[in-house]
Design a protein around this ligand. Sequence first.
Ligand SMILES: [Zn+2]
Length: 69
Amino acid sequence: MSKRKRLCPQCKIHRFRVKNEKGDSVVVIVTEDYEVVPIHEDVSLEGYDLTVLYCLGCSWKGSPRSLPL
Ligand SMILES: [Zn+2]
């Protein structure tokens, strides 16, 4: 069963980046349960800051908790 994805509050897309200390980024989605999941399943989020999301579609930046469904 697939879960609903949370949307950017500004541009309504559902893809975001998370970053690590080195400045690398991984593209993720956020489920309705606020779980941050990489879109490519073989990618690890270890070392990435999952508390700050950067929208791929606009300049929005914020926490998973601030995303609407
Ligand atoms: Zn956006």
